[in-house]
Ligand binder design. Structure first.
Ligand SMILES: Cc1cc2nc3c(=O)[nH]c(=O)nc-3n(C[C@H](O)[C@H](O)[C@H](O)COP(=O)(O)OP(=O)(O)OC[C@H]3O[C@@H](n4cnc5c(N)ncnc54)[C@H](O)[C@@H]3O)c2cc1C
Length: 404
């Protein structure tokens, strides 16, 4: 716990378990069941949070606890977290507008697929009760084709709904941006039109291949590279505006994730083709001078992966003065890479310009120029909160409370 405090990982950021000290009997089932490492431990015979900010909401601890002492909650009394209001059927305050997947506050592929599927089960029931949609009106429009959009789209097909799926990128969502051959951990999940998927541990490529195959077999198509930009309630339906046109739909499932659009630094040279916002194939780099910008897990993972390439010289630039909130395993890997000379970390630095063969940054008061072939920026994303507010979805602040 002291180490977690030192690393700044002890404070919950969003979702995390609340362990009721009165009910807890210290069985340790929560500690053993957690797929992440050292999030919960036993102290004084009771379950205690250690690296609370690293919790990503598997919920295995709550299911494993023999006495029901664990509840998954969002935020803390001191630090609220903003999430869209949702009913148990994933409907927002706007009747007919649903949110599934990470946008609702819960990460992980299995949760996202399940929520997309369940939201559409509810929509199908409602449409059956209220009667068919008018000609030219979709029963459901699904925005986003990550795991939540995939679950929703396949289930819409299964229920025979008139549906349309659009996505800002291609089928796969965030999974498309995982590094090449990344090991993906996912618990068994029920995929409509396919059945139970029991891939406990798979790769990015295998998972994307499976989804493509299921879509091909069911004849489902998505409108890729089409972004939803607006929504207007017109009584019996919604008018959905996208970068490709306008559609009428009775229900809308927002499965657009939380990552939004990668945040840009807004500096000269950022438009150069050598600049990227995700690292998909570190192996393409050999003998390169590489600059990684950011202080989170993604930046650290990228810097370490790039340092493995023969002859690469990696600089990690971070505007803060310490790397807080990164996973302990990443911290260890980074420390190893730094001592082996593979990565140089520059704290208190801000990139100010990217040129063909170099990068300029402000380090404290000083301007420093370093040789550079490629830049990878991990500065978070422009989160979809503003978009949700603009279409009237109510956002509420949660202070250590469970969802529904
Ligand atoms: C590096 C990394 C590794 C991970 N590893 C794992 C793992 O091993 N196991 C696991 O279970 N989870 C893992 N996760 C988490 C998992 O990827 C996410 O929880 C999951 O992808 C969430 O699914 P989603 O459908 O809600 O959102 P996303 O997958 O983010 O999909 C959202 C989709 O919506 C699109 N979109 C966004 N805005 C719009 C718009 N306005 N209009 C139309 N489309 C839009 C996006 O382009 C995207 O296609 C990992 C995440 C990361 C970043």
């Amino acid at each position: 716990m002291a180490k977690a405090r030192e690393y700044g990982t002890h404070e919950p950021v969003s979702i995390h378990p609340y362990i009721d000290p009165v009910l807890c009997i210290g069985s340790g089932a929560c500690v053993k069941s957690c797929p992440e490492k050292d999030i919960i431990g036993l102290s004084g015979g009771k379950g205690k949070l250690i690296n609370a900010s690293l919790c990503i909401g598997h919920g295995a601890c709550a299911s494993a606890c023999p006495v029901g002492a664990i509840t998954l909650v969002f935020g803390t009394a001191a630090r609220g977290v903003e999430l869209p209001y949702l009913t148990p059927h994933f409907e927002t305050n706007i009747k007919g507008v649903f949110i599934a997947g990470e946008l609702g506050g819960m990460g992980l592929i299995k949760n996202a697929v399940t929520q997309g599927r369940e939201a559409v089960d509810f929509i199908a029931r409602r449409i059956k009760e209220e009667g068919p949609s008018r000609e030219g009106v979709y029963d459901v429009l699904i925005a986003g084709a990550g795991p939540a959009g995939i679950g929703a789209s396949l289930n819409a097909r299964k229920h025979g709904l008139k549906s349309l799926t659009i996505s800002q990128n291609d089928l796969g969502g965030t999974v498309l941006h995982y590094p090449r051959h990344k090991i993906v951990m996912t618990s068994p999940v029920d995929l409509p039109m396919y059945g139970k998927v029991k891939l406990k541990e798979t790769t990015k490529e295998a998972l994307l291949g499976l989804w493509k195959e299921v879509f091909r077999k069911t004849g489902l198509e998505i409108n890729s590279n089409e972004k939803m930009i607006g929504l207007k309630n017109e009584g019996d339906w919604f008018r959905v505006t996208t970068t490709g046109g306008e559609y009428l739909a009775r229900c809308v499932v927002l499965a657009i994730g939380r990552r939004g659009t990668p945040r840009k630094l807004g500096i000269p040279g950022e438009e150069l083709p050598k600049v990227a916002y995700s690292l998909i194939d570190p192996e393409q780099h050999r003998g390169h001078a590489l600059l990684v910008v950011g202080g989170g897990d993604s930046a650290v993972e990228a810097a370490v992966a790039l340092s493995d390439g023969p002859g690469n010289r990696v600089t990690l630039s971070y505007r803060g003065d310490a790397l807080n909130r990164i996973k302990p395993a990443n911290r260890e890997r980074l420390e190893k890479a730094v001592s082996a000379g593979g990565v140089k970390v520059i704290f208190n630095s801000n990139l100010i310009e990217i040129r063909e063969k170099e990068a300029r940054m402000a380090v404290g008061e000083e301007a420093v120029t370093i040789p550079n072939d490629y830049v990878y920026i991990f500065a978070g994303g422009e989160l979809p909160g503003e978009f949700l507010k603009s279409i009237g979805v109510r956002i509420e602040k949660m202070f250590g409370t469970p969802r529904n």
